[in-house]
Design a protein around this ligand. Structure first.
Ligand code: BES
Ligand code: ZN
Ligand code: MN
Length: 523
């Protein structure tokens, strides 16, 4: 028996082009699917609703607006339904009607009184989720102006997101028919959509897909491949990928150390979009494609969502996608610090000392505090290479921030007041909220190591999220405006919301897109 399999091996080896191929095999070599996610509804703008469309009417009260494409009898029926259903037009409220006249369906979606952009996005996003399996074309009425129409389109685009490429059974037929946003300014709406909203939708979808994909599909190299492919031909963009050899030349011992326990080596990906002169804004994202904890291994429940530990990297690349595809007048560079944190035989050990790019040394007391390690090299590289006007890093960094802020807010730590305020403002405007948390001088001191410059954790605990922030801040020049966003709680939504179906949120794209535009305009 043994002899036969040995003989077989020899025979196989003789015909294989690479004799060691079997040893270099990674994974089980059977891909789960070649399928793509099902198609989303294409978005159109018009002054009139298509005759056969299901109607969504956005409204802020119980009063049905005039000018809807309804016969007098249909209108009366809807008004009666509003009264009997007690529909008041509050934000988040919906009333679904079937069998009214010739329309396949009429959905009333509340915006609340005097809705702002976010309320309109929410109403349209809610409609998108309610109409997920509606087969007819859809028309959305009630936005009014062109600007509001573009917001409705964005809300719909964000709300209709689905990730179903691994589902093989009978699925709801994908609604291929278009959604038409109807209102007074279709041309203005289309121009706004092309100049901004479409990019936000695409960048968010890109980020959500990367976070949702299992870690057996998205690892450092495939993240880099997807990024290159997504930016191919986009004007003004250059993509740079540092492999292990390049990172060794730069002496990036921290990211290399995190990656050394995995068969899938680390990468650093930079995406630079030059849509304006002057110093760029730098965005650095934590890109741990899987966080097992390394030798400081996580337990089962702690590990279950760690395929999403690259959500910061997805957010910064998605942000540059949003800005570049909209040809925004900004100069922005994203750096994705990609590594897989695994406990392989070559893994770094608790107690090892690594040297970062700039020369500072770190004692790695806990291999599960790996995000700060990869970011230490990333912020130094992007600062040295690109001389940015500000640097914002975003990371699924600590469980502590989840305990403090849940999934409603990301934690914001800023050493620069103007930058902190700009991010809070961007959070309010974009709907991706941040909450400021403290950074104290003592936090930096607490991170001093006995045998190296810094240690990556403080034994015995302490303010975990602030300590993580201070660690990263230790690698950014004091003169350079820097802020840190801890999105460990916001990367995933268990309940979903109108513009964020449950699952990967794509958090950070809307926040940072808004921030980069404003920061660039105000200098
Ligand atoms: N990726 C985790 C943080 C995390 C936790 C993200 C929950 C999303 C949800 C991070 O690498 C980590 O393991 N952090 C440790 C740090 C500790 C060892 C100082 C933590 O928070 O427990
Ligand atoms: Zn992590
Ligand atoms: Mn970890």
């Amino acid at each position: 028996m043994r002899l036969t399999s040995f003989a077989f091996l020899l025979a196989t080896a003789a015909v294989l082009p690479m004799p060691l191929a079997a040893q270099e095999t990674i994974g089980q070599q059977v891909v789960a699917t070649d399928a793509a996610n099902s198609a989303e509804r294409p978005i159109a703008f018009a002054a009139q609703a298509p005759a056969d469309a299901a109607l969504v009417v956005m409204l802020g009260s119980s009063e049905l607006p005039a000018g809807l494409p309804l016969t007098a009898a249909e209108r009366d029926a809807v008004i009666a339904a509003i009264a009997s259903g007690g529909f008041a037009g509050k934000s988040g409220e919906v009333l679904s009607l079937r069998g009214v006249g010739s329309r396949p369906r009429i959905l009333l979606a509340g915006t609340g009184e005097a809705p702002n952009a976010l309320a309109i996005r929410d109403a349209a996003g809610k409609a998108a989720q309610d109409l997920r399996s509606e087969k007819s074309p859809v028309a959305i009425l009630g936005a009014g102006s062109g600007a509001a129409m573009a917001e409705a389109a964005l809300g719909y685009a964000l709300g209709q997101y689905r990730f179903d490429r691994y589902k093989t059974g009978a699925k709801t037929p994908p609604p291929g028919a278009a959604v038409t946003i109807v209102g007074d300014g279709p041309d203005v709406a289309k121009a706004a959509w092309d100049a901004r909203h479409r990019g936000i939708a695409e960048g968010t979808r890109f980020a959500r897909d990367l976070v949702t994909e299992p870690a057996g599909v998205v690892w450092p190299q495939t993240f880099a491949d997807r990024t290159r492919a997504a930016f191919a031909g986009v004007p003004g963009v250059t993509v740079e990928v540092l492999d292990e050899a390049a990172m060794k030349r730069e002496k990036m011992g921290a990211i290399l150390g995190v990656g050394q326990g995995s068969r899938r080596p680390p990468r650093m990906v930079l995406v630079h979009y030059r849509g304006a002169e002057g110093a760029p804004v730098a965005l650095a994202g934590k890109g741990i494609t899987f966080d097992s904890g390394g030798l400081s291994l996580k337990d089962g429940s702690g590990m279950s969502r760690m395929k999403g530990d690259m959500a910061g990297a997805a957010a910064v690349v998605g942000t540059v996608m949003a800005l570049a595809k909209s040809r925004a007048p900004v100069n922005v560079v994203a750096v994705a610090a990609l590594a897989e944190n695994m406990p392989g035989g070559n893994a770094q050990r608790p107690g090892d000392v690594v040297r970062t790019m700039g020369g500072k040394t770190i004692e790695v007391l806990n291999t599960d505090a790996e995000g700060r390690l990869v970011l230490a090299d990333a912020v130094q590289y992007v600062a040295a290479r690109h001389r940015p006007s500000a640097i914002v890093d975003i990371a699924t960094l600590t469980g502590a921030v989840v305990g403090a802020l849940g999934d409603e807010y990301a934690g914001l730590f800023a050493r620069d007041e103007a930058l902190g305020t700009a991010l809070v403002t961007a959070g309010e405007a974009s709907g991706e909220a941040v909450w400021r948390l403290p950074l104290h001088a003592n936090h930096y001191d607490d991170l001093k190591s006995d045998i190296a410059d810094l240690k990556n954790v403080v034994e015995g605990g302490g303010p975990g999220a602030s300590l993580g922030a201070a660690f990263i801040g230790s690698f950014v020049d004091e003169e350079l405006p820097w802020a840190h966003v801890d999105m460990a709680g916001t990367m995933w939504s268990s309940g979903g919301s109108p513009t964020v179906p449950k699952g990967a949120t794509g958090y950070g794209v809307r926040l940072l897109e808004e921030f980069v535009r404003n920061w660039s305009a105000n200098r």
